[in-house]
Design a protein around this ligand. Structure first.
Ligand SMILES: [Zn+2]
Length: 338
C-alpha cells in the first residue's frame, strides 16, 4: 500500500521554514493572505508569487518568468497549493505545503488542478517533502471554509453505494472491479470524521487533526489505488460538476459536494437521514441559498444529470441506474427544506 504524504501538526510552524528550506525559496500564495504571513519569512524569499490564474497557458508564462529559486513553499487554500505543485513539478524543486484552511484535500494530492481554456484538468506529479498543518493558522480561517472540507470525505457514503451497485448490475468498468479492501480503507477515513463531527464543527485541534488525516488519506487515494476513483467519488461529484457547468459559478467545493451526497443518498435509498444528520452536526452549509444558486438550478442539474454523466464519460452510478423523475425531484426538495 502506497503511503499518503508525510504530515506534521503543530504551532509556530511558519517561522521555522527560513531555517531549513533550500534558499532562495519561492512562496506561492494568495495576495490577501500574504499580509498576515509575510513577517514569518526572511530575505531568503523570492517572489512571492501571488496566484492570479489557474489557466495552464498563463501559468507556463509565469513559471518561465520566475526568478531562480531552490525550493517552493505553497501557502493557502486549494489554488495556491495547486500552483505551488505545478511550479515544483515544472522546475523539479523540493516542495513544502501549508494548507491555511481545511477546505480541500489539495495539499495531499499528487496532481495539480489547472484549467485548459476554463476546463479543469489534473496535471503534473509532485510529492511534498512534508505538509505542515498549523493549528493557529487553520483556526484563523473563516469557519465555513474549515467545515466545508468534510464534503470530500462524506462523498464516500454515496461513492461506495455506486461502486457496489455497478458491480452487482454488471456495469462496473473492467479496470475497476469492486474491491472491498479499498472500500474498507475509505470507510475508516469516513468513520473518523463521523466520530469527530463535533470537534470538526468546533474547529478544535482534535477536529483539525481528524479532518486532516482523512483528507490526507483521500488526497493520495486516487494515485495509491492505481488511479482508481471508485472508492472516493461517485454521483455526488457528478451532480456538482453539472451544477458548476449549468451555473458557471465558482463554489466552495465541499458545499455542493455535500449537497450532492444528500441528494444522491436519497436517490439511492441509502440512509439519507443518517448522512444528513452528520452533515448538520458538522455544520457544513449545503443548501442552494448558502452557495449562491437557486433551487431551480439544483433541479436542472438533477434533470440533466444522467445526460451530463454519459456525455462526460463518467463511471456508472445511481445517475444511470435510477430514473430522476419530477415527483422524486419535488420530494427530495421537500425533504431538504424540512
Ligand atoms: Zn471532491
Amino acid at each position: 500500500m502506497a503511503e499518503p504524504f508525510q504530515t506534521v501538526y503543530g504551532r509556530g510552524l511558519l517561522a521555522e521554514f527560513k531555517t531549513f528550506v533550500h534558499r532562495p525559496y519561492l512562496v506561492v500564495t494568495m495576495e490577501d493572505l500574504w499580509s498576515h504571513f509575510a513577517a514569518e519569512f526572511d530575505d531568503g524569499a523570492v517572489g512571492p508569487m501571488f496566484v492570479s490564474t489557474l489557466e495552464r497557458s498563463e501559468l507556463e508564462q509565469l513559471v518561465a518568468a520566475l526568478p531562480d529559486c531552490e525550493s517552493v513553499i505553497g501557502l493557502g487554500g486549494g489554488q495556491a497549493l495547486d500552483v505551488a505543485k505545478y511550479v515544483a513539478w515544472k522546475r523539479r524543486l523540493p516542495l513544502f505545503q501549508v494548507p491555511t484552511a481545511m477546505s480541500v484535500n489539495a495539499a495531499w494530492g499528487h496532481r495539480a488542478a489547472v484549467r485548459f481554456e476554463g476546463v479543469v484538468r489534473y496535471v503534473g506529479f509532485a510529492v511534498p517533502e512534508a505538509v505542515y498543518v498549523d493549528y493557529d493558522v487553520v483556526q484563523s480561517a473563516p469557519i465555513e471554509l474549515n467545515r466545508s472540507g468534510v464534503g470530500d470525505v462524506l462523498c464516500y457514503w454515496t461513492a461506495h453505494w455506486d461502486w457496489k451497485m455497478a458491480a452487482q448490475a454488471g456495469r462496473v468498468e473492467g479496470r475497476w472491479p469492486y474491491n472491498a479492501d479499498l472500500v474498507a480503507e475509505a470507510r475508516l477515513a469516513l468513520d473518523r470524521v463521523i466520530e469527530h463531527a463535533d470537534d470538526i464543527h468546533a474547529v478544535s485541534d482534535r477536529g483539525i487533526r481528524a479532518l486532516s488525516e482523512s483528507l490526507r488519506w483521500g488526497g493520495a487515494a486516487f494515485h495509491n489505488a492505481g488511479w482508481n476513483p471508485r472508492h472516493i467519488e461517485g454521483a455526488e461529484h457528478f451532480f456538482f460538476y453539472n451544477l458548476e457547468y449549468i451555473t458557471g459559478k465558482h463554489f466552495l467545493h465541499g458545499q455542493p459536494v455535500t449537497l450532492g451526497v444528500l441528494l444522491m443518498s436519497h436517490l439511492q435509498d441509502n440512509q439519507p437521514d443518517a448522512i444528513r444528520e452528520i452533515a448538520d452536526r458538522i455544520g457544513v452549509a449545503y443548501l442552494p441559498e448558502d452557495m449562491g444558486v437557486t433551487w431551480d438550478d439544483v433541479e436542472e442539474a438533477l434533470r440533466t444529470l444522467k445526460a451530463f454523466a454519459e456525455r462526460a464519460g463518467l463511471w456508472y452510478s445511481v445517475a444511470n441506474e435510477r430514473p430522476i423523475t419530477e415527483s422524486w425531484i419535488a420530494g427530495v426538495g421537500d425533504w431538504l427544506r424540512a
